[in-house]
Design a protein around this ligand. Structure first.
Ligand code: C2E
Ligand code: CA
Ligand code: CA
Ligand code: CA
Length: 278
C-alpha cells in the first residue's frame, strides 16, 4: 500500500514530470522533423546602408509542427544542441541555403548560422567545402555567422578551424556582438569580416530615452570595426528613426523588418533576381 502510495504521489507530481516528458516528446518529434518535411529555411535581406541595395540574405530555419504550429528557432535550436541534433539540422540548413543561393545573382551572398557545436566538430571544414562544391556557389558568397560561444572550446582547434575556413574562402561574421563576454579578445584572435551588432543595442536606439547610450555603443563598435577592417551590420532595425541614426553612425549594413521579414525561398528568389542590380 505504501509503495503504491509513493508511486501515486510521483505519478501526480505536477510540473517536473510533465515538463521532462514534454521536452522528450518535442525532442523525438524534432528528430523526425527533417524526414517529415517540417523544416524549411526562410531568408531575410541584408541591405547596404549606402544605396540600399541587397548585399545578401540570412538563412533562418523554421519548424512547422503538424499540431503545435510554428515553433521558434529560439526554442528548438537550443533543444537540438542539447539533444545532439544540431549537426544534422545545421548541415541540412547549409545545404538547402546554398542550393537556393545558386539561383540568385552571382553577387548576392547567403549568411548561414553555425552553432558552436557545429563549428567545433572536427569535420566542419570538409562539410562546408562539400556543400559549396555540390551547390557550385563561390566560397566568398557564403558568410558563416558565429557567436562567441565557439570560443568556449579548446583554443588550438578553434584557431585551426578559423584558419582553414578562411583558406576555403568563406566569410565569417561575429553574430550578436555585445551580448557575451570579452568579445574584444576574440576580435583580436579571429579573422572576422563582419560584426553583427545585436538587436538589443539597435532597436529603439533613436528613442529619446535611450539615445545616448545605444548610439554611443554603436558608434564605438563602428570605430572598432573600421579600425580592424571589418564591415558592420545592425540587426533588428524596424523604424525610420532607427534607420536614420544607424546611417548617421556609419554602420555599413542593415537587417530588419524595415527592409523585409524573413520570407520563403520562392519569394526570396524573385526578390533577389528583380530588386538587386549589379
Ligand atoms: P539571429 O541569428 O540573431 O537571427 C536574427 C533574428 O532576428 C531572427 O529571428 C530574425 O527573424 C529576427 N529579426 C530580424 N529583424 C528583426 C526586426 O526588425 N525585428 C525583430 N523583432 N526581429 C528581427 P529568428 O528567425 O526567430 O531566429 C532566432 C535565432 O535562432 C537566431 O538569431 C539564431 O540564433 C537562431 N537560428 C535561426 N536559424 C538558425 C540556424 O539555421 N542555425 C542555428 N544554429 N541557429 C539558428
Ligand atoms: Ca544570425
Ligand atoms: Ca544576431
Ligand atoms: Ca540572437
Amino acid at each position: 500500500a505504501k509503495a503504491a502510495g509513493r508511486g501515486k504521489h510521483i505519478f501526480y507530481e505536477p510540473s517536473m514530470h510533465s515538463e521532462a516528458a514534454e521536452r522528450q516528446q518535442l525532442e523525438n518529434e524534432l528528430r523526425q522533423a527533417i524526414e517529415r518535411g517540417e523544416l524549411s529555411v526562410h531568408y531575410q535581406p541584408i541591405v547596404r546602408t549606402a544605396g540600399e541595395e541587397i548585399s545578401g540574405f540570412e538563412a533562418l530555419v523554421r519548424w512547422q509542427h503538424p499540431t503545435r504550429g510554428a515553433i521558434s528557432p529560439a526554442k528548438f535550436v537550443p533543444l537540438a544542441e542539447e539533444a545532439g541534433l544540431i549537426g544534422k539540422i545545421g548541415e541540412w540548413v547549409l545545404a538547402t541555403s546554398l542550393e537556393e543561393a545558386s539561383h540568385w545573382p552571382d553577387h548576392v551572398r547567403v549568411a548561414v548560422n553555425l552553432s558552436p557545436l557545429q563549428f567545433n566538430d572536427p569535420g566542419v571544414v570538409a562539410m562546408v567545402a562539400e556543400h559549396l562544391e555540390t551547390s557550385g556557389v563561390r566560397p566568398d558568397r557564403l558568410e558563416l555567422e558565429i557567436t562567441e560561444g565557439v570560443f568556449l572550446a579548446d583554443g588550438d582547434s578553434t584557431d585551426d578551424t578559423f584558419a582553414k575556413l578562411k583558406k576555403l574562402g568563406v566569410r565569417l561574421s561575429l553574430d550578436d556582438f555585445g551580448t557575451g563576454y570579452s568579445s574584444l579578445g576574440y576580435l583580436k584572435k579571429a579573422p572576422f569580416d563582419k560584426i553583427k551588432i545585436d538587436q538589443s543595442f539597435v532597436r529603439g536606439a533613436a528613442s529619446t530615452s535611450s539615445t545616448n547610450r545605444n548610439a554611443a555603443i554603436i558608434r564605438a563598435i563602428v570605430t572598432l570595426a573600421e579600425t580592424l577592417g571589418m564591415d558592420t551590420c545592425a540587426e533588428g532595425v524596424e523604424t525610420h528613426d532607427d534607420l536614420q541614426l544607424i546611417r548617421e553612425l556609419g554602420v555599413s549594413m542593415v537587417q530588419g523588418y524595415i527592409f523585409g521579414r524573413p520570407a520563403d525561398g520562392e519569394i526570396t528568389r524573385r526578390l533577389a533576381n528583380t530588386v538587386t542590380v549589379e
